[in-house]
Design a protein around this ligand. Structure first.
Ligand code: ME8
Length: 488
């Protein structure tokens, strides 16, 4: 029996205080591309996503909407599930932190850390930003407001439980400096600088003034601090502690998150895990933000784009392609409908759509046996693409794949197969059909529906990276509908 190497990938779990926006979609798409890529590499992948439901900001939004909290979070969680569906996100599990299985594990971890002597009772006096669901100091603010949410944090003074985060400083530094926990380097430096400049203080991990949240197991007058509960989703979803899934997949190979929540994942989370005697995640790759026409996505600016609505206008694959191509994983990148249309008409319609259409038109007219010797394969450098993927340069990997697509179009132009017949035509068609079969594998992680459509037209099945070599063409090609429609 062959045992495949495991690969456990997660995304952040989204707050359900509103419907999803394009930033949420971007993160899920990137994680999906990586998950699908790893599956084609032959890994046994487990891909987790979900929603963060016990936050105060969810409760406040429900009150504002005049809807009971549970009903409100149920409604909004469904929008996130819907977003994953329409964008073809191939998750294996979707966790909601109001589920019993999650509540149980959150309480179990809290108890375990308490029993170890790492949680003690004290009093918290200071600032709290509900937007970030985080405790703040004056130093974190700009003109007295949270720079991320532009809100003035609230002063709170209440009895709280504290986690001995300070105790784990050396452990965290070792993970970051010697085990390469954070990617990219710039985001690693951010954390190292903060650890260097600031004293690492113990963390307030409970609130005693909230009605919405998970109760501290041994003190029902307190709820667990929402970040302490949210982070636990990565282990509760795979059945900590006894489920074979936990034994098989933990530690996570990648926690995919955005740049605003680096500290929680690379300082607080590893410390919680260490205290609970659980291995740390292997890598936290941090992505940038999507901006819209150069502006941060925000409700007050009125520039929130609903990905589910966007898919009604442009097919999911075009959005997946566009976001992966124009936003470099580690940087911010801008979305505009104008440039989306340009990419659809240029790269998708003219390059790929056109190639498939030309090749299938030719092969429909050809009734002989398709055979030849490989030559177009010399234009494909898979190792180069793989290296880009390993560095999470999804946009560069996609560019390399498109380079191959363009080479195939060039090949058609040079060979002028419409002037050929017999063996010569068969040879050219063989190369083009094999090139399309191989292309369908390479593009699958990025634009899975298109990959499927190409395979349908070729009469082949989607292969894996083991099938990238040109071999005997075994399909039954038949031209189908155009892959992409031109947009105005
Ligand atoms: O932070 N572009 O939830 P969230 C790209 N519940 N990514 C963006 C973005 C943008 N414009 N805006 C947000 C939370 N994100 C917590 C996570 S995990 C245990 C708990 C990313 O709904 C953001 O950085 O505010 C995060 O990774 C994810 O979307 C969810 O953000």
């Amino acid at each position: 029996m062959i045992i495949l190497k495991k690969f456990y990938i997660t995304t952040a779990i989204d707050y359900v205080n509103a419907k999803p926006h394009l930033g949420h979609a971007y993160e899920k798409i990137c994680a999906d591309i990586i998950a699908r890529w790893k599956r084609l590499e032959g890994f046994d992948v487990f891909f987790l996503t979900g929603t963060d439901e016990n936050a105060q900001k969810n409760k406040q939004a429900a009150e504002k909407a005049g809807i009971p909290v549970r009903k409100f979070v149920d409604q909004n969680a469904n929008f996130f599930i819907e977003m994953c569906k329409v964008l073809n996100i191939s998750y294996d599990e979707f966790i909601r932190t109001t589920e019993e299985r999650h509540i149980k594990v959150s309480q179990q971890i809290f108890q375990k850390i308490f029993d170890k002597g790492d949680i003690y009772k004290g009093k918290y006096e200071g600032l709290y930003c509900t937007g970030c669901e985080a405790f703040k100091t004056e130093k974190d603010l700009v003109n007295g407001r949270c720079p991320e949410h532009k809100e003035k944090p609230k002063f709170i003074s209440e009895e709280s439980y504290f986690f001995k985060l300070s105790k784990y400083k050396a452990y965290i530094l070792d993970l970051i400096k010697n085990k390469g926990l954070i990617f990219p380097k710039s985001k690693e430096n951010e954390i190292l600088q903060r650890l260097n400049e600031e004293e690492l203080k113990d963390l307030c991990v409970s609130r005693n003034s909230l009605e919405w949240g998970i109760n501290v197991p041994f003190d029902k007058t307190h709820t667990i601090y929402v970040w302490m509960d949210a982070l636990v989703n990565y282990i509760s979803a795979i059945g900590y502690t006894n489920d074979p899934k936990f034994k098989k997949y933990w530690p996570a190979d990648m926690h995919i998150i955005g740049k605003g929540i680096n500290w929680f994942h690379t300082v607080i989370w590893p410390a919680i895990l260490k205290s609970a005697d659980i291995e740390p995640p292997k890598l936290v790759p941090i992505h940038g933000y999507i901006t819209i026409n150069g502006k941060k996505i925000s409700k007050s600016l009125g520039n929130v784009i609903d990905p589910v609505e966007l898919v009604k206008k442009y097919p999911a694959d075009t959005i997946r392609y566009y976001l992966a191509k124009v936003v470099p994983y580690i940087d911010d990148g801008d979305f505009s409908e104008k440039s989306l249309k340009e990419r659809i008409n240029g790269e998708l319609v003219s390059d790929l759509g056109n190639l498939v259409n030309r090749v299938l038109t030719l092969s429909d007219k050809f009734s002989g046996k398709i055979e030849g010797t490989p030559e177009l394969d010399k234009k494909l450098d898979f190792q180069k693409i793989q290296k880009k993927m390993d560095k999470l340069e999804l946009h560069h990997a996609l560019e390399e794949i498109w380079q191959f697509v363009r080479e195939c179009n060039k090949y058609v132009n040079e060979k002028e197969p419409w002037k050929l017949e017999g063996k010569e035509l068969s040879h050219v068609l063989y190369n083009l059909l094999e090139a399309l079969r191989v292309t369908s594998i390479l593009i699958h992680p990025f634009i899975p529906t298109t990959s499927e459509k190409i395979n349908q037209q070729l009469g082949t099945k989607l292969g894996t990276f083991k099938d990238l070599k040109f071999k005997e063409f075994k399909g039954k090609p038949k031209k189908g509908e155009l892959l992409f429609e031109k947009v105005q």
